[in-house]
Design a protein. Structure first.
Length: 259
């Protein structure tokens, strides 16, 4: 595959991933949505289906990495780094496009949610708060992840562990020719993502993907959302560094145990 195929495939696949993944969170979080308060099961399965769809869309074009941590793990496995910049740039741009489309799809719901006094505490309250703080705003969770207990060491460890599980599963599945030929490998990866969300997603919201978190967080910071609050940039390094470490560890273990 050419570098342009890789870039375009990752843009499209990651955009679909974030559109559907961010979309299920928006549906559950925004008060005027029909899916409001559908719960964690809806979010975890929604993200699994998002991975499934994004991967099927792009697997024939770019191999459907859709995640810099996966790209790093595969680069270590195959000792091939020349295409990594095309994967990374396509994934980040795709994630930003997907997040923007979530805002478009839920435009009126964002406006209604962020004008609700129960959410923002009255006219101007959220704007005043964020003038002196980058605290997470009331809709940041639609775009990016955040910890339930803010402890950088623990949060980083959670993201490393969860991403390690994802990437080692992908690398080992790649050795099964039957899965590759049948196309069932994509389905299995989606189910692994659901399992990670159910088992390890509670502490941090399981970013397990630097582009999935950083791209939409940038979009949140740029969008003209009244009373949106801060983008929590003090935490933003965790869902970038943690997954990259987890992906690298998975690639290293694969070389030691499976190569």
């Amino acid at each position: 595959m050419s570098n342009s195929d890789i870039f375009l495939g990752e843009v499209i696949g990651t955009a679909v991933l974030i559109l559907l993944g961010g979309g299920v969170v928006a549906g559950v979080v925004l008060k005027r949505s029909k899916a409001f308060n559908a719960g964690w099961l809806a979010i975890t399965f929604g993200w699994g289906f998002a991975v499934l769809t994004g991967a099927y869309v792009s697997v024939g074009t770019s191999g459907a990495h859709l995640n810099p941590a996966v790209t790093v793990g595969l680069a270590i496995k195959e000792n091939a780094w020349e295409t990594v910049p095309y994967y990374f740039s396509g994934q980040l741009l795709g994630a930003m496009i997907g997040a923007f489309l979530v805002w478009v799809a839920y435009y009126g719901h964002f406006a209604a949610h962020l004008s609700d006094r129960e959410i923002v505490g009255g006219p101007g309250a959220q704007a005043t708060k964020t003038a002196v703080s980058d605290a997470p705003g009331p809709v940041l969770g639609v775009f990016a992840t955040g910890p339930e207990i803010r402890n950088p060491v623990q949060n980083l460890a959670t993201e490393i562990i969860a991403t390690f599980v994802l990437v080692i599963a992908i690398l080992v599945m790649g050795t099964n020719e039957g899965l590759a030929l049948s196309g069932a490998g994509v389905l299995m990866v989606a189910l692994v993502v659901v399992g990670i969300g159910l088992s390890l997603g509670g502490p941090t919201g399981y970013a397990i993907n630097p582009a999935r978190d950083l791209g939409p967080r940038i979009v949140h910071a740029l969008l003209p959302l009244r009373n949106k609050g801060g983008s929590d940039w003090s935490y933003a390094w965790v869902p970038v560094v943690g997954p990259l470490i987890g992906g690298a560890l998975a690639g290293g273990l694969y070389q030691l145990a499976f190569a």
